[in-house]
Write a protein that binds this ligand. Structure first.
Ligand code: ADP
Ligand code: MG
Length: 631
């Protein structure tokens, strides 16, 4: 891209040299595209002047799919072919989706990989393909508004998106003919939109309440570097839940008992949403509800009533907020600014509660629907090279720790969660057995101590390690996470340089709920994990000792008399018997006993080895200083 940079540093390129790159907020409910034009970032509207594109795709038996408002308008008539909230399915497997529950009305099928597909009138479609339709639509909109060909984009993703979800987003962009300059975390984009990156330093909370998700992120700006300190949230909480609460209340008021009429329910939800949005301006809204049988009910919803209905939902955003503060090790008083993101933060009650919790008025001058797309556009403009000397480094964070399986089924964490990315870390390991020539590297994600409680991301082998005694090989395993949050792992034997690596592209990733659960369990099980870890360590020690003693008996058994040998054998049998149990203390005692029983044997083996080594040599040959030589 620097090929196009023919102006002097510090000068904005002349208009004809200017290149365009767009910022895209690929949202669960709504998506937007924005671009820097005439030195300001703005979201681009469609022909009817609408900026938000509902993230809804409807497949037809023939022709191109319909995307956006038109698809949403008929969603209730053709639910199986009209896909909403596809973002929730990105990078997920069929098992993950089963766990998301029955709230998704689509027909899922398992593809040849773990990736799931949906059956539609146009055939089977993957979430990546469905997402790419939304991106195509936004790209076409940008091409039309800007009247230039657009290829490059910054696309935003939630900060907690894992590897598979990020990869899926990139794949969708590629399918849509877009080159991803960078995947940018949504909260970081919002902070950029407010120009917070121009402050010397500060700590900012980004509160994002959208249609179906809540995310809280804490960012720290230091020495011109943005860093995500912590993220938390609730993947099943948003404006949609408010709509459901309001619809439930309307049903009560209008005596509608039957909730099995899907069309009526969809209508009710639409009316509830309209009422909720109107109450952002007005103190009360009239309701006119048409029953399934054609009769109608007139009523009214007041702001006070709305508050009664939504307060418990707003309250549910507070505990993740607390957790993020705790993870980051700060209190609300340390925060220099709170940024409001997401359509639902327009609701005055939400702002009120958020101000109260953080003890300050939140920033809300930029339209909370558009703020993420605007930040993405600003970043795209820099990355494409229009503002050369404003290059900034943006750091994000990994949501769960990454590590390796080590002996005993335990996980050694290499990169702890909430580490900022890009990051590279290495750790040295060694072989466990004499003559071991291959090593299995098992990459895991999660907070718990045991492999079985973590998520397996990848396995690969390092082969061709020259046979050495256990513990002699030096194997350096390096983890690297790039600016998009994608992980690669490599292993290298230091003395020989044999190397092997893997780019982690799991077939599907973790669900948000799973991430939540794993985090919760890690705290809940901290004590138990500790005990288990100790036990596993004892077991590993036991195995190592058993292996060593057996080997020694094979080689040097002749150095023992019958009773000595019997004593060792019996301690060996004892240790083998308790090794598999779960009493760490017993294993430890048995290890001690075997260790003691083999003391003499070990001494004798050492003497014997020295004797063998010196056989045929004179003491002088061993370069021992005369005065210190053994007498
Ligand atoms: P997402 O990030 O999930 O794509 P958005 O940020 O676009 O979602 O937020 C969509 C939600 O915002 C919907 O629940 C919508 O009803 C709500 N919303 C939009 N405008 C308003 C408003 N004026 N008052 C209240 N809620 C609103
Ligand atoms: Mg959003």
């Amino acid at each position: 891209m620097t090929l196009f940079q023919i102006s002097e540093p510090g000068q904005t390129p002349a208009p004809h040299e200017r290149r365009y790159a767009v910022g895209i907020d690929l949202g669960t409910t709504n998506s937007l595209v924005a671009c820097v034009r005439r030195s300001a970032a703005e979201t681009l509207p469609d022909e009817s002047g609408r900026h938000l594109l509902p993230s809804v795709v409807r497949y037809l038996a023939k022709g191109e799919p319909v995307v956006g408002h038109e698809a949403m308008a008929v969603a209730h008539e053709d639910p199986l072919n009209t896909i909403a909230s596809v973002k929730r399915l990105m990078g997920r497997g069929i098992e993950d989706v089963r766990r998301l529950g029955k709230s998704l009305p689509y027909e899922f099928i398992r593809g040849d990989s773990a990736m799931l597909r949906l059956r539609t009138a146009a055939g089977e479609r993957s979430p990546v393909q469905i997402s790419s339709e939304i991106l195509k639509k936004l790209k076409a909109r940008a091409v039309k508004s800007l009247d230039v060909e657009i290829a490059d984009a910054v696309i935003t993703v939630p900060a907690y998106f894992d590897d598979a979800q990020r990869q899926a987003t990139k794949d969708a962009a590629r399918l849509a003919g877009l080159n991803v300059l960078r995947l940018l975390n949504e909260p970081t984009a919002a902070a950029i939109a407010y120009g917070l990156d121009r402050n010397p330093q500060g700590v900012y909370a980004i509160y994002d309440l959208g249609g179906g998700t809540f995310d809280i992120s804490l960012l720290r700006l230091n020495h011109g570097v943005f860093e995500v300190m912590a993220t938390a949230g609730d993947s099943a909480l948003g404006g949609d839940d408010m709509d459901h609460a309001i619809a439930g209340w309307i049903m009560q008021q209008a005596s509608i008992a039957d909730d099995s009429d899907h069309k009526q329910m969809r209508r009710l939800l639409r009316d509830a949403r309209a009422a909720k949005e109107a109450l952002t301006q007005d103190k009360r809204v009239p309701l006119n509800i048409v029953h399934g049988n054609g009769e109608s009910w007139q009523g009214e919803l007041s702001r006070d009533q709305l508050h009664t209905l939504i307060d418990p939902l707003i309250e549910r955003t507070i505990s993740p907020s607390r957790r993020a503060l705790r993870d980051a090790g700060i209190t609300p008083r340390d925060i220099n600014g709170v940024v409001m993101v997401g359509g639902a933060t327009r609701i005055p009650r939400v702002r009120e509660k958020v101000s109260y919790f953080f003890g300050r008025e939140p920033l809300a001058d930029i339209d909370p629907d558009k703020v993420v797309a605007i930040g993405a556009a600003l970043q795209a403009d820099i990355l494409i090279g229009n503002k050369r000397d404003e290059e900034m480094l943006l750091l994000d964070v990994i949501p769960l720790s990454l590590g390796l399986e080590i002996m005993g089924g335990m996980v050694e964490k290499i990169i702890p969660r909430n580490t900022t990315i890009p990051v590279a870390k290495s750790q040295d390991f060694t072989t466990y057995k004499d003559g071991q020539t291959a090593l299995l590297i098992h990459v895991l994600q999660g907070e718990r101590e045991l492999v079985s409680d973590c998520r397996s991301l990848a396995r690969f082998e390092l082969r061709g390690i020259p046979p050495m005694t256990a513990g002699a090989a030096r194997i350096r395993v390096s983890f690297q996470i790039d600016a998009d949050g994608l992980l690669s792992v490599s292993a290298r034997e230091q003395t020989t340089g044999v190397e092997s690596s893997v780019v982690v592209k799991p077939s599907y990733g973790l669900t948000d709920a799973e991430i939540e659960r794993m985090l919760r369990e890690s705290t809940a099980h901290a004590g138990a994990d500790d005990v288990t870890r100790k036990l596993r360590e004892q077991q590993v020690d036991a195995d190592r000792l058993i292996e060593a003693v057996r080997g020694a008996l094979n080689v040097d058994g002749a150095l023992l008399n019958a009773s000595e040998r019997a004593e060792i054998e019996s301690s060996l049998t004892d240790l083998q018997a308790v090794r598999g149990g779960n009493d760490g203390a017993r294993i430890k005692r048995a290890i001690k006993k075997l260790d003691a029983a083999t003391q003499t044997f070990a001494q004798r083996r050492m003497d014997e080895n020295i004797r063998k080594a010196m056989a045929g040599h004179r003491l002088e040959e061993f370069d021992v200083p005369r005065d210190k030589s053994p007498s």
